[in-house]
Design a protein. Structure first.
Length: 577
């Protein structure tokens, strides 16, 4: 079954701006924060904002204190005055495109014109627009209402920003035929036009069209209406609804999404479609794919990547026996990944892909046992290498466990902003890189009394490589992490600047490797690693980005770099020994 995703699916500019403003507003300490009405019409976004302490309040009488975020659809001037009179801290997240329509309505209502608004009478945007007309607005939902209008007065026509383009053109013609002097303002958002055009083109080429978005979302409903006129079309809010659909005889599936549907929800739907297709097709290849996904989502592949990175570090350090050091790194990484995910299980279900959420729902208790057991084994292996390595491993385990635990008392937050390491902006990327490097490089360097400069060069190499890995994975989750308040490097810098940083870090690592190789601090293997990193840096700098939509596949490919590095180091050591 071929699955085709529309190019423009996902957040529009206005929704992204509203979400960004809400996230910024939620940083206010000690303030009650609410939105008047749903910020956007998407249940997943509302749930994640609630996790950030931003509650959705639909009754204006219940908003009496704190900071209030005005929804992207806008509110009426009368409602805004009510909130302003209560001395509230107002944050206006109204879409700029909606603002333009409000200004047009106010201007022509002040001139005495009858303002005709094409839209859904019960939609929040339309109700707010009516408030700007001083009682001079008439709402129509289609051309059939035009004959009932009094056309003897001056008139102007506007549209709800997410209206159907074809309906607006029809209403415009009908109204102009009755009143040639009517002022027509095309106020449908360009993003809406693009989505509607795309969905019509896509619907003509598929057997089934799936539209993702909230039930209350007007623009999502219109995409469904356009698709339904051309092909079998289904609107869903989440990937769970796919299980009830009949895919019999479906060869091509089209997927699109409304303007308020976040990227990670689209990815979850795409991933579930792939799983359903594999389950239906059967055979050896789908079976192998399922096994591969289980290895990735259980963090077993991350543990293998850590083991192979330890092998590469050992070869660069000149250490011959690598088995115990690779096992130590693997057990530590497996333990920390599993246990930290267990600590974040409350929010993880909101952002994980279906395959990962389903895996941990079924195997959660067993995985906690795996995490505790692998952590204990890491400490036993460390003890076998000496008391210094045991103290180091114990400290790294404590650091990993406490990362998500609120150890600072709440009463101290008045002068100390952070209650846990996780609260420090971009701390995850630094601490993950540091912990992996400590358990990968320091144990063999201590056990074999490696020269300081060689150990330092390898330490820097591994630190940067693991940092690149951590940042790349967070770049995948940038949208969900922003809503959940995870201040990773990508959420702080943004995608474009993060890609620039990735390129810079890779080039910095190349320089370190080249200098260490030319100085004979590291073996010539360093040149090979430098070449690969140089290619990766150029890829990031000149439009690489993250193209693959499945997070499991992306995680596999990112960690595959480390596995290949370890294998290359093993081959090198065999041929040079």
């Amino acid at each position: 079954m071929e699955i085709i995703l529309a190019t423009s699916a996902g957040f529009c500019m206005g929704v992204r701006r509203a979400v960004d403003l809400a996230l910024e507003a939620s940083e206010g300490r000690g303030l009650a924060i609410s939105t008047y009405g749903p910020l956007v019409h998407n249940p997943q976004v509302i749930s994640l904002l609630d996790e950030r302490g931003v509650r959705c309040e639909r009754d204006i009488d219940n908003i009496t204190e704190g900071r209030v975020i005005l929804r992207s659809h806008g509110i009426s001037p009368q409602e805004e005055r009510v909130l302003a009179d209560r001395d509230l801290d107002l944050v206006d997240a109204t879409c700029p495109k909606v603002k333009r329509v409000q200004r047009i309505i106010r201007e022509y209502a002040d001139k005495g014109c009858t303002v005709v608004i094409l839209g859904d009478p019960d939609h929040p945007e339309v109700r707010a627009l009516v408030g700007y007309s001083d009682g001079k607005a008439v709402v129509v939902s289609g051309p059939d209402r035009i004959p009932d209008l009094d056309v003897s007065r001056p008139m102007c026509l506007v549209a709800q920003t997410t209206q159907h383009e074809a309906v607006f053109e029809q209403v415009s013609r009908e109204l102009a035929a009755r009143n040639p002097d009517v002022k027509v303002f095309h106020t449908i958002c360009a993003s809406t036009e693009t989505r509607q055009r795309e969905v019509a083109e896509l619907a003509r080429t598929v057997d089934l069209l799936i539209v993702i978005g909230g039930r209350e979302s007007g623009n999502t409903r219109r995409l469904t209406q356009i698709g339904s006129a051309l092909v079998r079309t289904v609107q869903i809010e989440s990937e769970r609804e796919l299980d009830d659909l009949d895919f019999e005889g479906v060869q091509r599936v089209g997927v699109t999404a409304g303007a308020s549907t976040p990227t990670w929800v689209i990815e979850r739907v795409m991933d579930r479609l792939r799983l359903l297709d594999e389950a239906k097709s059967g055979g050896v290849l789908p079976f192998l794919r399922r096994i591969g996904r289980a290895i990735v989502v259980s963090s077993a592949f991350a543990a293998l990547a850590a083991a192979m990175l330890a092998v590469a570090a050992c070869v660069l350090l000149g250490v011959g026996e690598v088995g115990v050091f690779a096992m130590l790194a693997a057990m530590y990484v497996l333990s920390m990944h599993v246990l930290n995910r267990a600590a974040e299980r409350r929010t993880a279900s909101l952002r994980d892909e279906p395959v990962k959420a389903d895996f941990y729902r079924r195997a959660g208790p067993w995985m906690i046992g795996v995490g505790l057991g692998s952590g204990l084994l890491a400490l036993v292996l460390a003890a076998s290498l000496g008391w210094q390595t045991l103290i180091l491993a114990a400290a790294c385990c404590l650091l990993g466990v406490l990362y998500s635990v609120k150890v600072i008392p709440r009463r101290w937050t008045g002068w100390l902003r952070y209650r846990r390491l996780k609260d420090i902006a971009a701390s995850k990327n630094f601490f993950v890189a540091l912990a992996w490097t400590l358990v990968t490089v320091v144990p063999p360097a201590l056990a074999m009394d490696v020269a300081f400069m060689r150990a330092l060069a390898v330490f820097v190499f591994v630190m940067i490589v693991v940092g690149l890995r951590s940042i790349l994975l967070d770049l995948v989750d940038i949208a969900a992490d922003g809503l959940l308040g995870r201040e990773t490097i990508p959420t702080v810098l943004g995608e474009r600047r993060t890609l620039v940083l990735l390129g810079f870090l890779a080039l910095l690592c190349v320089i370190v490797l080249l200098i260490a190789g030319l100085s004979r601090i590291l073996p010539p293997l360093a040149y090979g690693f430098a070449l690969v990193l140089a290619i990766e840096a150029l890829y990031a700098a000149f439009g690489g980005g993250v193209k693959i939509r499945s997070r499991v596949v992306r995680e596999f490919l990112i960690d595959l770099h480390l596995v290949v590095a370890g294998l290359a180091a093993l081959v090198w050591s065999v041929f040079t020994s």
